[in-house]
Design a protein around this ligand. Structure first.
Ligand code: HDE
Length: 701
């Protein structure tokens, strides 16, 4: 007898644990992995109704066996990530410097892009203070190109041989297994303080750059110098930049910490939701292109990944854009199994001799074998090129193709004799004309010579760019950076490590060192010795987020919460919702109960978030659309008071009705430009943060 769910309940001895799909002509049936239809997915095979299990039960054995092996090793670094599909479109003609098909103006290339944190495990939160990975796989007609970068344009170390040391020091400590996803601990700062070359990267890591508000609001960088190669074989050197269309935006520390609790998946959710609502995350791809003469004119080395070329010195030329418009169908099959390899390169692009890049060329291929378990990982759908793959590589674990014929070597000539058998076709040959050719082009005077384990003299300046970075920031960003150093070093139990780090900071900027020392209540030590004198470089305003050229100018792409409660003015909420939408923002309704609040006209307005589950840290600005009755009720609600207190504390715009004033008062909100009525002024204010408020609310270093 079929119950009202369409299940036949008569086949067992009773109740829902014996349900079986009654099926129908077009029903899809459950099968084993061998394609055998499963008759019962609720009960294992037993000897009698209450008897022991039977080994014969191949359905149970196969199901549990497969389940037992569902996990694969997580990535050693960048374990936590989220990804999306999209396309890259070349918008400028650079055929004079690169012959790569993907850069020919108008060409559209499918991409898969994965964003990640570095230190935390796969189950850690999205929002620690950490560098973000920014890895793009371009499925070009000439093969896959992987641009595996970060959201910071420099790196901690100059030579790949130090990478295992860096990562051991940064990840959770060996004895305790904590902290997870945080660098605020002894071993990290011990290593860093002994590695002056990491100082520039530390400035970035302690800045607001490591607290991005969303993947869509962060920059990406290829970091190393690469080559572009044209038809004639001429080489141009290049640095790659991703510039977010949504502008640069970060959170502040207190907010980040609270987001981690309110929504550990904040950034991956944001990525999915942006795509879902058609607000596709978009970046322009830019290049800084230069020749050997330019490289030689710099007093730092373009092969040194701890250095940038400031945009003011060499402007970024936009050559295309990437739009992420489709999220994965399956997290494991795509996001987890995607295998990026900086060694995946296409004709028209080449590597430089950067000793960090050179080491990466080996590591990524190698790691995929232990992570994905086979040298055939390139055959997984997410990794497979979208152009023909033809070679004589054969066999290996999990070979998914069935190569045909005897000719599994090259050169071969079975078919040339006129007595070839079926399957003796010659197969693919090398292509000297269009095949990939490595091009040598020196980027410095000493690139060739004896085999040496040395660091070039041109890599010796570890502080000038760190100083330039710090001095280029807006005042609030400098205060955040100094405070981040105080926070992290306060978690370091060893005083001599803190002192050593302070000595390095004196070289960066004595003012910074003084502020951090004050925050630690420690004396400022002598500067640590430097190999070369520290220079005062021109500041680079392009490095700023706050007040920088890429600060967001409108509420486009921003999420704005409208807090309602019983008695809220239906017409006013409706108008505000439309105004936010018209300006490109995303309005969401927050109410004490998710089913909604009873509005002034008697209607029930459903909420997107329940107040306790929708704290203001999840939104860019808040509007308190409250009636006197609603406000009175919320005064007794800690979540409501905290909602307003945090919005104010995180320097966000707060629009409100006059009736909401008691709630503002209880939350300690003081009037300023960011506190407005529920009108056009609020829409303008919602695009900003109110940095002047910050020193009144918290002590920063
Ligand atoms: Fe990586 N890095 N890395 N790295 N890296 C990995 O590869 C490595 C470096 C970066 O979303 C691993 O597939 C070495 C710089 C990203 O799947 C591993 C060195 C930059 C991702 C590895 C570096 C990066 C990785 C771990 C020093 C910025 C995540 C799992 C020479 C330009 C990609 C994996 C994804 C992942 C090694 C340095 C970025 C172990 C040896 C510099 C974005 O192969």
């Amino acid at each position: 007898m079929a119950n009202d769910l369409g299940y036949d309940t008569t086949t067992g001895s009773g109740g829902e644990t014996h349900q079986q799909a009654s099926g129908g002509a077009d029903a899809a049936y459950l099968t084993t992995n061998q394609g055998i239809r499963v008759s019962d997915n609720q009960n294992q095979l037993k000897s009698g109704a209450r008897g022991p299990a039977l080994l014969e039960d191949f359905v149970l054995r196969e199901k549990i066996f497969h389940f037992d092996h569902e996990r694969i090793p997580e990535r050693i670094v960048h374990a936590r990530g989220s990804a999306a599909h999209g396309y890259f479109e070349a918008t400028d003609d650079i055929s004079d410097i690169s012959k790569a098909a993907l850069f020919q103006k108008g060409s559209k290339t499918p991409v898969f892009t994965r964003f990640s944190t570095v230190a935390g495990g796969a189950g850690s939160v999205d929002t620690p203070r950490d560098v973000r990975g920014f890895a793009v796989k371009f499925y070009t007609p000439e093969g896959n190109w992987d641009l595996v970068g970060n959201n910071i344009p420099v790196f901690f170390i100059q030579d790949a041989i130090k990478f295992p040391d860096l990562i051991h020091a940064a990840k959770m400590e060996a004895q305790t297994g904590y902290p997870q996803a945080a660098t605020a601990h002894d071993t990290f700062w011990d290593f860093i303080s002994l590695m002056p070359e990491s100082t520039h990267m530390i400035m970035w890591a302690m800045s607001d750059r490591t607290l991005p508000a969303s993947f869509a609001t962060m920059e990406g960088f290829g970091i190393h110098t690469f080559q572009l190669i044209n038809d004639a074989g001429d080489v141009t050197f290049v640095k790659f930049h991703w510039k977010p269309k949504a502008g640069l935006q970060s959170t502040i520390w207190d907010e980040t910490v609270k987001i981690a609790g309110a929504d550990p998946d904040h950034q991956r959710r944001d990525l999915f939701e942006r795509i879902d609502r058609g607000d596709f995350p978009t970046w322009e791809l830019g290049i800084q292109a230069f020749d050997k003469a330019f490289a030689d004119s710099l007093d730092y080395d373009v092969l040194d990944s701890t250095k940038i070329i400031p945009e003011e010195v060499l402007p970024v030329r936009i050559i295309g854009q990437m739009v992420l418009d489709r999220y994965p169908d399956n997290f494991f099959a795509e996001t987890e199994q995607v295998a990026f390899c900086p060694g995946n390169i296409v004709p028209g692009i080449g590597f430089s001799n950067d000793p960090l890049l050179q080491g990466r060329l080996f590591s990524y291929l190698d790691t995929q074998k232990s992570r994905l378990g086979t040298a055939n990982f390139h055959q997984l759908p997410i990794n497979a090129p979208k152009c023909p793959v033809m070679n004589f590589q054969r066999d290996g674990q999990f070979q998914m193709a069935i190569p045909k014929g005897r000719t599994n070597y090259e050169p071969n000539g079975l078919s040339a004799e006129g007595e070839a058998r079926p399957g003796d076709e010659p197969g693919p040959r090398e292509c000297p004309v269009t095949g990939y050719k490595s091009v040598t082009a020196a980027t410095g005077p000493d690139e060739e010579g004896e085999k040496l384990r040395v660091r070039p003299e041109s890599f010796a300046d570890h502080y000038s760019q760190a100083r330039m970075f710090f001095r280029s920031l807006a005042a609030p960003e400098q205060a955040h950076l100094a405070s981040a150093l105080v926070f992290e070093l306060s978690k370091v139990g060893l005083a001599h490590v803190r002192t050593r780090m302070l000595s390095n900071l004196v070289n960066v900027d004595p003012d910074l060192a003084g502020r951090v020392a004050d925050g630690l209540n420690m004396p400022v030590p002598e500067a640590s010795p430097t190999a070369v004198p520290v220079k005062d470089m021109e500041p680079s305003p392009a490095l700023r987020i706050i007040e920088g050229p890429r600060a967001p100018k409108s509420i486009e792409g921003r999420t704005i919460a409208i807090l309602i409660a019983d008695g809220s003015d239906a017409a006013a909420v409706d108008t505000l919702t439309s105004q936010i939408g018209d300006a490109g923002g995303r309005p969401v309704i927050v109410a004490p109960k998710v089913g909604g609040a009873k509005m002034s006209d008697g209607s029930l307005l459903p909420a997107d978030f329940q107040l306790a589950g929708g704290p203001s840290v999840l939104f860019d600005a808040v509007a308190l659309a409250l009636s006197a009755e609603g406000c009175a009720a919320l005064l007794k609600e800690a979540a409501a008071v905290q909602f307003v207190m945090d919005a104010f504390g995180h320097l966000k715009a707060i629009g409100h009705t006059a009736e909401a004033q008691p709630l503002l008062d209880k939350a300690g909100v003081e009037p300023d430009d960011g506190v407005t009525g529920l009108d056009k002024a609020f829409i303008a204010a919602a695009a900003k943060r109110f940095w002047d408020r910050e020193p009144k609310l918290r002590t920063l270093a």
